[in-house]
Design a binder for this molecule. Structure first.
Ligand SMILES: C[S@@+](CC[C@H](N)C(=O)[O-])C[C@H]1O[C@@H](n2cnc3c(N)ncnc32)[C@H](O)[C@@H]1O
Length: 234
């Protein structure tokens, strides 16, 4: 009788996260000067790349707050705005946040600069490929609470991700529109059998961001652990 799909899940999760979270507004707004400073810093920019938009940043902030990951890995550091959004949301739980992020090309070495995070939090920037980063994590038997893909997965990443992902790893995929890289990464993860315990959630509808007085949109899709979906009587 009731069929849920990536679109209906997006509307439901987006409503829950965006409409019930006005108390988080001051924390998110602290990020805005950090984002702007980086976007205006010419020494951080490259002509052939771009950073996440505001709607995607807010999505990452809100899901990180909800999931409270202690270990986050990211493919695609660039100027570090997505790293900052996730760490800031995760840090609201008061537990130290550890972020490992990688980029093949020159990128910021301080993605968490300007943020106030719980003591013991920190970031490691791997100047290299996702495969190198995942190999280093797997060699330490790490298990990821959250993974953000804002770069293109490589073939050798998939067997390493089989060791790093858990049933309750929250996965965020940037550029989930058209045939952009988000859908390619989604397809690779699915074909490798890595997301059988996850449900794909489309980027949140633009109108929901108006509840935060933001005229913006998100291109961040989510792979939500099935075990994080529950029914409630209220
Ligand atoms: C869109 S930018 C990332 C923007 C960043 N998340 C931000 O918010 O500022 C994508 C970056 O991913 C990097 N990249 C793409 N595929 C990669 C891979 N497999 N391993 C490491 N870096 C990768 C590119 O060099 C590029 O700088």
């Amino acid at each position: 009788m009731l069929r849920l799909n990536p679109c209906t899940l997006s509307a439901a999760l987006g409503r829950q996260l965006l409409l019930d979270a006005s108390h988080l507004r001051p924390s998110f707004e602290q990020l805005l000067p950090v984002f702007a400073g980086r976007l205006l810093d010419r020494s951080l920019q490259r002509a052939n790349s771009g950073s996440i938009g505001l709607g995607s940043a807010l999505t990452l902030f809100l899901v990180s707050h909800k999931r409270s990951p202690r270990l986050i890995a990211e493919v695609g550091t660039y100027i570090g705005n997505s790293s900052a959004a996730m760490a800031c949301g995760a840090g609201l739980a008061g537990q130290p946040v550890h972020l490992v992020t990688c980029d093949l090309h020159p990128c910021t070495q301080e993605p968490l600069a300007g943020l106030q995070l719980p003591q013991g939090s920190g970031a490691q920037v791997v100047q290299g490929s996702s495969t190198q980063m995942f190999q280093a994590l797997a060699s330490k038997q790490a298990k990821l609470d959250m993974l953000h893909l804002d770069g293109r997965l490589m073939t050798d990443d998939l067997k390493l991700l089989a060791q790093l992902l858990k049933d309750d790893t929250l996965i965020a995929l940037d550029d989930c529109e058209g045939d952009e890289k988000g859908h390619m990464n989604l397809d690779l993860l699915r074909r490798a059998g890595l997301i059988q315990q996850h449900a794909f959630v489309e980027p949140f509808p633009s109108e929901l961001f108006r509840a935060w007085n933001l005229e913006t949109r998100s291109v961040t899709g989510l792979l939500l652990p099935l075990k994080s979906i529950s029914f409630s009587r209220q």
